[in-house]
Design a protein around this ligand. Structure first.
Ligand SMILES: C[S@@+](CC[C@H](N)C(=O)[O-])C[C@H]1O[C@@H](n2cnc3c(N)ncnc32)[C@H](O)[C@@H]1O
Length: 336
Protein backbone atom coordinates (compact mmCIF):
# COMPACT_ATOMS: atom_id res chain seq x y z
CA UNK A 1 0.00 0.00 0.00
CA UNK A 2 1.29 3.49 -0.82
CA UNK A 3 0.97 6.36 1.67
CA UNK A 4 -1.68 7.86 -0.63
CA UNK A 5 -4.09 5.14 0.55
CA UNK A 6 -3.51 5.99 4.20
CA UNK A 7 -6.64 7.63 5.66
CA UNK A 8 -4.42 10.26 7.33
CA UNK A 9 -2.95 11.35 3.96
CA UNK A 10 -4.25 14.80 2.99
CA UNK A 11 -5.54 14.85 -0.60
CA UNK A 12 -6.29 18.55 -0.15
CA UNK A 13 -2.66 19.38 0.64
CA UNK A 14 -1.68 17.28 -2.36
CA UNK A 15 -3.89 19.37 -4.64
CA UNK A 16 -2.79 22.64 -3.06
CA UNK A 17 0.98 22.16 -3.02
CA UNK A 18 1.80 19.78 -5.88
CA UNK A 19 2.65 21.31 -9.27
CA UNK A 20 0.12 21.06 -12.08
CA UNK A 21 0.78 20.09 -15.68
CA UNK A 22 1.09 23.02 -18.11
CA UNK A 23 -1.50 23.89 -20.78
CA UNK A 24 1.26 23.67 -23.40
CA UNK A 25 1.61 19.98 -22.50
CA UNK A 26 -2.11 19.28 -23.06
CA UNK A 27 -1.87 21.08 -26.40
CA UNK A 28 0.97 18.71 -27.36
CA UNK A 29 -1.14 15.76 -26.27
CA UNK A 30 -4.26 16.84 -28.14
CA UNK A 31 -2.23 17.71 -31.25
CA UNK A 32 -0.70 14.25 -31.06
CA UNK A 33 -4.01 12.48 -30.57
CA UNK A 34 -5.86 14.33 -33.32
CA UNK A 35 -2.75 14.20 -35.54
CA UNK A 36 -2.70 17.95 -36.06
CA UNK A 37 0.66 19.47 -36.81
CA UNK A 38 0.07 23.16 -36.27
CA UNK A 39 -3.22 23.88 -34.66
CA UNK A 40 -3.90 27.32 -33.17
CA UNK A 41 -2.62 27.47 -29.61
CA UNK A 42 -5.16 30.11 -28.63
CA UNK A 43 -6.55 28.41 -25.55
CA UNK A 44 -10.23 29.47 -25.90
CA UNK A 45 -10.27 28.51 -29.55
CA UNK A 46 -8.64 25.27 -28.65
CA UNK A 47 -11.33 24.25 -26.21
CA UNK A 48 -14.14 25.26 -28.57
CA UNK A 49 -12.78 23.95 -31.82
CA UNK A 50 -10.80 20.83 -31.02
CA UNK A 51 -12.73 17.66 -31.78
CA UNK A 52 -13.59 15.73 -28.66
CA UNK A 53 -12.61 12.38 -27.19
CA UNK A 54 -15.53 10.08 -26.48
CA UNK A 55 -14.02 8.17 -23.58
CA UNK A 56 -11.07 8.90 -21.33
CA UNK A 57 -9.56 6.71 -18.61
CA UNK A 58 -7.26 8.13 -15.90
CA UNK A 59 -5.26 5.48 -14.01
CA UNK A 60 -4.05 6.58 -10.56
CA UNK A 61 -6.09 9.77 -10.90
CA UNK A 62 -5.31 11.11 -7.39
CA UNK A 63 -7.27 14.34 -6.84
CA UNK A 64 -7.55 14.69 -10.63
CA UNK A 65 -4.57 16.88 -11.64
CA UNK A 66 -3.92 14.85 -14.80
CA UNK A 67 -7.46 14.60 -16.14
CA UNK A 68 -9.15 17.84 -14.98
CA UNK A 69 -7.58 19.88 -17.83
CA UNK A 70 -8.98 17.31 -20.29
CA UNK A 71 -12.59 17.55 -19.03
CA UNK A 72 -13.62 20.14 -21.67
CA UNK A 73 -12.23 17.83 -24.37
CA UNK A 74 -14.34 14.79 -23.56
CA UNK A 75 -17.80 14.14 -24.99
CA UNK A 76 -19.21 11.09 -23.27
CA UNK A 77 -17.43 9.48 -20.37
CA UNK A 78 -14.50 9.76 -17.99
CA UNK A 79 -13.46 6.80 -15.91
CA UNK A 80 -11.20 7.64 -12.98
CA UNK A 81 -9.32 4.91 -11.13
CA UNK A 82 -7.29 5.05 -7.93
CA UNK A 83 -6.53 2.52 -5.24
CA UNK A 84 -6.86 5.16 -2.52
CA UNK A 85 -10.41 5.79 -1.26
CA UNK A 86 -9.27 9.22 0.02
CA UNK A 87 -8.13 10.23 -3.46
CA UNK A 88 -11.21 8.79 -5.14
CA UNK A 89 -13.50 10.80 -2.90
CA UNK A 90 -11.47 13.92 -3.59
CA UNK A 91 -11.46 13.54 -7.37
CA UNK A 92 -15.25 13.24 -7.44
CA UNK A 93 -15.59 16.60 -5.70
CA UNK A 94 -12.97 18.20 -7.96
CA UNK A 95 -14.58 16.97 -11.18
CA UNK A 96 -17.97 18.20 -9.96
CA UNK A 97 -16.55 21.60 -9.09
CA UNK A 98 -14.79 21.89 -12.46
CA UNK A 99 -17.94 20.95 -14.40
CA UNK A 100 -19.98 23.52 -12.46
CA UNK A 101 -17.38 26.29 -12.58
CA UNK A 102 -16.63 26.01 -16.28
CA UNK A 103 -20.12 24.98 -17.39
CA UNK A 104 -18.72 21.83 -19.02
CA UNK A 105 -21.00 19.50 -20.99
CA UNK A 106 -23.68 18.46 -18.51
CA UNK A 107 -24.14 15.09 -20.28
CA UNK A 108 -20.60 14.04 -19.52
CA UNK A 109 -20.72 10.86 -17.44
CA UNK A 110 -18.22 9.91 -14.75
CA UNK A 111 -17.39 6.66 -13.14
CA UNK A 112 -15.00 6.00 -10.28
CA UNK A 113 -13.19 2.71 -9.89
CA UNK A 114 -11.43 1.88 -6.64
CA UNK A 115 -8.67 -0.74 -6.82
CA UNK A 116 -5.27 -1.32 -8.35
CA UNK A 117 -4.75 -0.18 -11.93
CA UNK A 118 -2.89 -3.48 -12.41
CA UNK A 119 -6.39 -5.04 -12.29
CA UNK A 120 -8.10 -2.42 -14.42
CA UNK A 121 -9.57 -4.95 -16.89
CA UNK A 122 -11.32 -6.84 -14.09
CA UNK A 123 -12.48 -3.58 -12.46
CA UNK A 124 -14.02 -2.39 -15.72
CA UNK A 125 -15.61 -5.75 -16.44
CA UNK A 126 -17.11 -5.80 -12.97
CA UNK A 127 -18.49 -2.34 -13.56
CA UNK A 128 -19.94 -3.42 -16.91
CA UNK A 129 -21.66 -6.30 -15.14
CA UNK A 130 -23.18 -3.94 -12.61
CA UNK A 131 -24.28 -1.45 -15.28
CA UNK A 132 -25.93 -3.98 -17.61
CA UNK A 133 -27.82 -7.17 -16.94
CA UNK A 134 -26.45 -8.54 -20.17
CA UNK A 135 -22.83 -7.56 -20.45
CA UNK A 136 -20.12 -7.76 -23.01
CA UNK A 137 -16.57 -7.83 -21.70
CA UNK A 138 -15.39 -6.56 -25.11
CA UNK A 139 -16.81 -3.17 -24.21
CA UNK A 140 -13.78 -2.29 -22.14
CA UNK A 141 -11.61 -1.76 -25.25
CA UNK A 142 -13.13 1.44 -26.53
CA UNK A 143 -11.19 4.24 -24.88
CA UNK A 144 -9.94 7.07 -27.07
CA UNK A 145 -7.30 7.90 -24.52
CA UNK A 146 -5.79 6.37 -21.41
CA UNK A 147 -3.68 8.65 -19.25
CA UNK A 148 -1.63 7.94 -16.16
CA UNK A 149 -0.05 10.94 -14.47
CA UNK A 150 2.69 10.51 -11.87
CA UNK A 151 1.55 6.93 -11.23
CA UNK A 152 3.02 4.35 -13.64
CA UNK A 153 5.99 3.78 -11.32
CA UNK A 154 3.58 1.98 -8.96
CA UNK A 155 2.39 -0.40 -11.69
CA UNK A 156 3.84 -3.56 -13.18
CA UNK A 157 5.42 -2.44 -16.48
CA UNK A 158 4.59 -5.43 -18.75
CA UNK A 159 1.14 -5.83 -17.32
CA UNK A 160 0.49 -2.11 -17.77
CA UNK A 161 1.23 -2.31 -21.52
CA UNK A 162 -0.81 -5.52 -21.88
CA UNK A 163 -3.77 -3.82 -20.21
CA UNK A 164 -3.49 -0.63 -22.24
CA UNK A 165 -3.31 -2.58 -25.49
CA UNK A 166 -6.71 -4.07 -24.60
CA UNK A 167 -8.29 -0.83 -23.41
CA UNK A 168 -7.58 1.51 -26.32
CA UNK A 169 -9.41 1.78 -29.63
CA UNK A 170 -7.32 0.20 -32.37
CA UNK A 171 -6.41 1.42 -35.87
CA UNK A 172 -4.34 4.24 -34.36
CA UNK A 173 -7.45 5.86 -32.92
CA UNK A 174 -6.52 5.30 -29.28
CA UNK A 175 -3.73 7.15 -27.47
CA UNK A 176 -1.74 6.15 -24.42
CA UNK A 177 -0.22 9.09 -22.53
CA UNK A 178 1.72 8.66 -19.32
CA UNK A 179 3.77 11.39 -17.73
CA UNK A 180 5.51 12.37 -14.55
CA UNK A 181 7.80 14.76 -12.73
CA UNK A 182 10.37 14.32 -9.97
CA UNK A 183 13.09 16.05 -7.96
CA UNK A 184 12.70 19.78 -8.41
CA UNK A 185 15.85 21.71 -9.21
CA UNK A 186 16.46 25.09 -7.55
CA UNK A 187 17.32 27.18 -10.59
CA UNK A 188 20.71 28.80 -10.00
CA UNK A 189 21.21 27.33 -6.50
CA UNK A 190 23.09 24.00 -6.63
CA UNK A 191 23.70 24.25 -2.85
CA UNK A 192 19.93 24.06 -2.32
CA UNK A 193 19.82 20.97 -4.59
CA UNK A 194 22.47 19.36 -2.36
CA UNK A 195 20.36 20.05 0.77
CA UNK A 196 17.33 18.52 -0.98
CA UNK A 197 19.33 15.39 -1.92
CA UNK A 198 20.59 14.97 1.63
CA UNK A 199 17.20 15.26 3.38
CA UNK A 200 15.10 13.55 0.74
CA UNK A 201 17.42 10.65 -0.19
CA UNK A 202 20.94 10.42 1.15
CA UNK A 203 20.81 10.78 4.93
CA UNK A 204 19.52 7.71 6.72
CA UNK A 205 17.91 9.98 9.34
CA UNK A 206 15.31 11.69 7.22
CA UNK A 207 13.11 10.65 4.26
CA UNK A 208 15.69 8.45 2.48
CA UNK A 209 14.84 5.07 4.03
CA UNK A 210 11.09 5.64 3.78
CA UNK A 211 10.68 5.57 0.00
CA UNK A 212 8.79 2.61 -1.36
CA UNK A 213 10.80 0.66 -3.92
CA UNK A 214 10.95 0.00 -6.80
CA UNK A 215 8.41 2.80 -7.35
CA UNK A 216 10.59 5.73 -6.36
CA UNK A 217 13.61 4.44 -8.30
CA UNK A 218 11.48 4.05 -11.42
CA UNK A 219 10.17 7.60 -11.11
CA UNK A 220 13.67 8.99 -10.48
CA UNK A 221 14.80 7.19 -13.63
CA UNK A 222 11.96 8.95 -15.47
CA UNK A 223 10.30 5.63 -16.34
CA UNK A 224 13.18 4.48 -18.56
CA UNK A 225 12.40 0.78 -18.13
CA UNK A 226 8.77 1.23 -19.19
CA UNK A 227 9.68 3.69 -21.96
CA UNK A 228 12.12 1.19 -23.45
CA UNK A 229 9.48 -1.55 -23.35
CA UNK A 230 6.95 0.75 -25.01
CA UNK A 231 9.37 1.82 -27.75
CA UNK A 232 9.91 -1.86 -28.66
CA UNK A 233 6.26 -2.90 -28.37
CA UNK A 234 4.71 -3.51 -31.78
CA UNK A 235 1.16 -3.21 -30.45
CA UNK A 236 1.86 0.53 -30.40
CA UNK A 237 3.10 2.95 -33.02
CA UNK A 238 4.23 6.60 -33.37
CA UNK A 239 5.75 6.32 -29.90
CA UNK A 240 7.28 9.50 -28.51
CA UNK A 241 9.29 9.76 -25.30
CA UNK A 242 10.47 13.19 -24.17
CA UNK A 243 12.74 13.74 -21.18
CA UNK A 244 13.46 17.09 -19.61
CA UNK A 245 16.13 17.81 -17.02
CA UNK A 246 16.60 21.43 -15.96
CA UNK A 247 19.75 20.56 -13.99
CA UNK A 248 21.75 20.34 -17.20
CA UNK A 249 22.64 16.68 -17.72
CA UNK A 250 22.35 16.33 -21.48
CA UNK A 251 21.88 12.55 -21.41
CA UNK A 252 18.83 13.06 -19.18
CA UNK A 253 17.08 15.43 -21.55
CA UNK A 254 18.69 18.80 -20.88
CA UNK A 255 17.72 21.19 -23.66
CA UNK A 256 20.43 23.21 -25.35
CA UNK A 257 18.38 24.32 -28.34
CA UNK A 258 15.45 26.66 -27.54
CA UNK A 259 13.24 25.19 -30.28
CA UNK A 260 13.55 21.79 -28.57
CA UNK A 261 11.98 23.23 -25.43
CA UNK A 262 8.55 23.48 -27.09
CA UNK A 263 8.42 19.65 -27.22
CA UNK A 264 9.19 19.18 -23.52
CA UNK A 265 6.90 19.20 -20.53
CA UNK A 266 8.33 22.13 -18.60
CA UNK A 267 6.99 22.47 -15.08
CA UNK A 268 8.38 25.54 -13.35
CA UNK A 269 7.10 27.39 -10.36
CA UNK A 270 8.02 30.49 -8.40
CA UNK A 271 7.36 29.51 -4.79
CA UNK A 272 8.18 30.46 -1.23
CA UNK A 273 10.38 28.12 0.79
CA UNK A 274 7.34 27.63 3.05
CA UNK A 275 5.32 26.31 0.09
CA UNK A 276 8.26 24.25 -1.11
CA UNK A 277 8.40 22.51 2.26
CA UNK A 278 4.62 22.01 2.14
CA UNK A 279 5.11 20.41 -1.28
CA UNK A 280 7.82 18.11 0.14
CA UNK A 281 5.43 17.15 2.94
CA UNK A 282 3.13 15.62 0.27
CA UNK A 283 5.83 13.02 -0.56
CA UNK A 284 4.73 9.51 0.30
CA UNK A 285 8.01 9.11 2.25
CA UNK A 286 7.17 12.16 4.38
CA UNK A 287 4.08 10.51 5.86
CA UNK A 288 5.98 7.25 6.42
CA UNK A 289 8.85 9.17 8.10
CA UNK A 290 6.38 11.01 10.36
CA UNK A 291 4.59 7.78 11.32
CA UNK A 292 7.86 6.01 12.10
CA UNK A 293 9.20 8.87 14.20
CA UNK A 294 6.05 10.15 15.90
CA UNK A 295 6.57 10.72 19.62
CA UNK A 296 10.22 9.61 19.52
CA UNK A 297 12.43 11.79 21.65
CA UNK A 298 15.82 12.92 20.35
CA UNK A 299 14.85 12.82 16.66
CA UNK A 300 15.09 16.09 14.74
CA UNK A 301 12.06 16.87 12.64
CA UNK A 302 13.07 16.33 9.00
CA UNK A 303 11.31 19.49 7.84
CA UNK A 304 12.76 21.67 10.60
CA UNK A 305 16.22 20.45 9.57
CA UNK A 306 15.38 21.23 5.93
CA UNK A 307 14.34 24.77 6.92
CA UNK A 308 17.39 25.29 9.13
CA UNK A 309 19.81 24.16 6.44
CA UNK A 310 18.26 26.55 3.92
CA UNK A 311 18.63 29.35 6.50
CA UNK A 312 22.21 28.50 7.52
CA UNK A 313 23.65 27.81 4.05
CA UNK A 314 21.65 30.25 1.92
CA UNK A 315 20.08 32.76 4.33
CA UNK A 316 16.61 31.71 3.13
CA UNK A 317 13.50 32.14 5.29
CA UNK A 318 10.07 30.57 4.82
CA UNK A 319 9.07 33.71 2.86
CA UNK A 320 12.02 33.65 0.46
CA UNK A 321 10.81 33.12 -3.11
CA UNK A 322 12.70 30.73 -5.36
CA UNK A 323 12.23 29.33 -8.85
CA UNK A 324 12.06 25.56 -9.07
CA UNK A 325 11.87 23.42 -12.17
CA UNK A 326 11.11 19.70 -12.17
CA UNK A 327 12.69 16.86 -14.12
CA UNK A 328 9.90 15.57 -16.32
CA UNK A 329 9.04 12.86 -18.78
CA UNK A 330 6.13 11.98 -21.00
CA UNK A 331 5.37 9.17 -23.42
CA UNK A 332 2.67 9.12 -26.10
CA UNK A 333 1.79 6.12 -28.25
CA UNK A 334 -1.03 5.01 -30.54
CA UNK A 335 -2.59 1.57 -30.49
CA UNK A 336 -2.04 -0.21 -33.79
C1 LIG B 1 1.59 10.73 -7.03
S1 LIG B 1 -0.10 10.41 -7.11
C2 LIG B 1 -0.58 11.03 -8.72
C3 LIG B 1 -1.97 11.60 -8.74
C4 LIG B 1 -2.38 12.37 -9.99
N1 LIG B 1 -2.53 11.47 -11.12
C5 LIG B 1 -1.39 13.46 -10.34
O1 LIG B 1 -0.99 13.55 -11.47
O2 LIG B 1 -1.05 14.24 -9.45
C6 LIG B 1 -0.14 8.68 -7.36
C7 LIG B 1 -1.54 8.14 -7.26
O3 LIG B 1 -1.53 6.79 -7.69
C8 LIG B 1 -2.33 6.03 -6.81
N2 LIG B 1 -1.87 4.64 -6.91
C9 LIG B 1 -0.73 4.08 -6.42
N3 LIG B 1 -0.65 2.80 -6.78
C10 LIG B 1 -1.77 2.54 -7.50
C11 LIG B 1 -2.26 1.38 -8.15
N4 LIG B 1 -1.58 0.23 -8.14
N5 LIG B 1 -3.45 1.48 -8.80
C12 LIG B 1 -4.15 2.62 -8.83
N6 LIG B 1 -3.73 3.76 -8.23
C13 LIG B 1 -2.55 3.71 -7.58
C14 LIG B 1 -2.14 6.68 -5.46
O4 LIG B 1 -3.19 6.37 -4.58
C15 LIG B 1 -2.09 8.15 -5.84
O5 LIG B 1 -3.35 8.74 -5.84
Amino acid sequence: MTSFSDPSYSANNYLQFRPTYPTSFYNLLLDYHFQRGSYSKDEDQYVTNTPKLDKLLDLGCGPGEGSIPLLPHVNKKIVANDMSPVMLENVQQNYKLTVETYAINADLKFSFLGGSADNILQLLEEQERQDHETHSTDDVGDFDMVISAETVHWLKPTRFLDNISKLLKGDQLGTLAYFGYVDPVFVGFPEADAIYDEIVYESGMYLGPYWQMPGRARLRALYRELNDLLLKDDRFTDTIVEYYDPSGKIEDGCVTDKSELAKKMVIEKEMTIGDFLNYAKTFSAALKWAQANAGKGGVDDAFEVFEKKFADKLGWTLDTKVKVSWKTVYAFARKV
